[in-house]
Ligand binder design. Sequence first.
Ligand SMILES: [Zn+2]
Length: 491
Amino acid sequence: MKYNVTIGMEVHAELKTSSKMFCACKNGLGMETEPNVNICPVCTAQPGSLPVPNEEAIRAVQRVGLALGCNLRLRSKFDRKNYFYPDLPKGYQISQFDQPFCENGTMVIGDKSFRITRIHLEEDTGKSMHPAGAEYTLVDYNRAGVPLMELVTEPDFTNSRDVGMFCQQLRQTLRYLGVSNADMEKGQMRCEVNISLYPEGADRLSGTKVEVKNINSFRSVERAIEYEIVRQTEALERGEQLVQETRGWDENKNATVSQRKKESAHDYRYFPEPDIPPFEFDEAYVEELRRSLPELPDAKRRRFLAEFGLPEKDILTLTEERAFSEYFEAVVSELTEKSQSKEMTAPLDKTIRLSVNYMLTELRKHLTENSQTITDLPIKPENYAEFIAIVADGEINSSAAQTVLGEMYRGGDGDTDPSHIIERLNLGQVNDTEALEKAVDAVLERNEQSVADFRSGKQNALQYLMGQVMAETKGKANPKMVMELLRKKLV
Ligand SMILES: [Zn+2]
């Protein structure tokens, strides 16, 4: 019997607003070093305290909805979701039941599209801690009341790869919008997957749904799904009846483990939150939000392809982070200016490609070595563009270029201007024919054997002589000119 797979997802993401969802407490996004520092009567549910909804969080979730092609509800409200747990001080969570802010979206990945059922807003819970060996539990309410968006998809996925791509593209969208850091390792983005199998030919929703939680990386999302597909297939082939349950992903065992059998659906006794009046939005408000959206990754990739004709692989890397792509665009506009004002002789498209090459290799290397991101980069786009123009116009050779860029990165003497650095380090390329000829003659005189070797047909000898001339000029000779001189003198 062949089985097919149906997968649906629920993704939670903490929004990086300045304050919490219903109070003025700082939203520390779990980065607090002490427990219970960002708390107040509202987020610890003291009697008589009242929630005040955070407008910034509502706008953020609505912008996410628009970016993912959702319809925004013009009428919406919060509801109470009742359940008891120590990290939930009110005994209920303020969430949204039947009127989520966003509905019916899609995410397009390549030639496939995946439906998004809804995106709603709620508050995060606190955290319980169970110290090893202790007979008590500690509770930290720093996270209680942090704005949390929940996105629910239709069961449109059939394999782990697509789910992984969906999560990555979602994270990228949240980051482009600047609404969440969506760092899974820090619990700022949490994925839950529902997986069921059905025999070929049967209804695709007829299988027994197993939910997997506690997944804290993209890689684990894919591995948990693959594990479940194998586990469920084997059970079905043995003739076993699968049970509807919640399982957790155990990173160390590389397996899912049963956590809770679901006898019946939870009864959360949802009812409208009486302390927060319903919301009414109008079309003008939705339009204003739509206009506030930045260019999204997919549109940016298509534009980069059309405008710069760069290889697809490079475009993917350039657009991975919004700040990185914006740095690149700032450099392009500087280069365009230099080209128009004839300050740079190399053709513009060549210099753009060169700027991408240096960004993706040397600049990224420096950033990685220093655990920095592009926003920490000390080199201003105008200085970087200047550097690219100098390299493209052949004023320094490639080994000097690496040195100059390294110096710019370190901000040598507080100066990141490449021409100053070239002057200070005396790195300017020697293009003076007379000076080069002198160096070449000196090398040929000292290396009679190599000259003879070359003349007897050993091509390697030419490379050796070339290296000697570069050493003689401390790497500053224009390699093309040296090669021409050598060939002329050796015939
Ligand atoms: Zn508070």
